[in-house]
Design a protein around this ligand. Structure first.
Ligand code: SF4
Length: 150
């Protein structure tokens, strides 16, 4: 029998593989869970009465990913900052679809990338967090399965 959502997420956090993405808190319909700052970055505090859907079992980015091992084997070293990881190169860019670009932050790069992956059927859907909705200091979570650009 699978662990309940809270036990599952607590295990990810205590296991040290939570990357602080905030997805679990974002999709908790109860609104009772929250992210808190820790020396390792933001981590979720899952409320006992959470209403986190089962999709978290397949969507939590920290589950089964051993980041220290990944860094050791892929880069041969740990990052200076666990928040940014190892930065090999930095690029700038923007989406060439004017409408997407104007309705996105950071030039619409992530929207364009996710749209490409959806169009090419490399992914089934993307769970995206939209900042500033419903209120300026809050964020909302949506599951997108339709490309926004071409
Ligand atoms: S969904 Fe994100 S924030 Fe929640 S436990 Fe997994 S990695 Fe951490």
């Amino acid at each position: 029998m699978p662990l309940p959502e809270k036990a599952f997420l607590d295990k990810v956090v205590t296991g040290g593989t939570c990357n602080g993405c905030g997805l679990c808190v974002g999709i908790d319909k109860s609104g009772k869970s929250a992210m808190r700052e820790t020396p390792d970055g933001p981590r979720p505090v899952i409320h006992q009465e959470n209403e986190i859907p089962e999709l978290i079992f397949g969507s939590c980015a920290g589950y089964k990913i051993d980041y220290p091992k990944l860094y050791r084997e892929f880069f041969g070293r740990y990052p200076e900052s666990w928040l940014t990881g190892i930065i090999s190169n930095v690029y700038t860019g923007y989406c060439t679809d004017e409408e997407v670009r104007r309705n996105s932050s950071s030039g619409g790069v992530l929207t364009a990338t996710l749209s490409y992956l959806l169009e090419k059927k490399r992914i089934d859907a993307a769970i995206v967090v939209t900042q500033g909705i419903p209120e300026p200091e809050k964020a909302s979570v949506n599951i997108e399965s339709t490309p926004k650009s071409r």
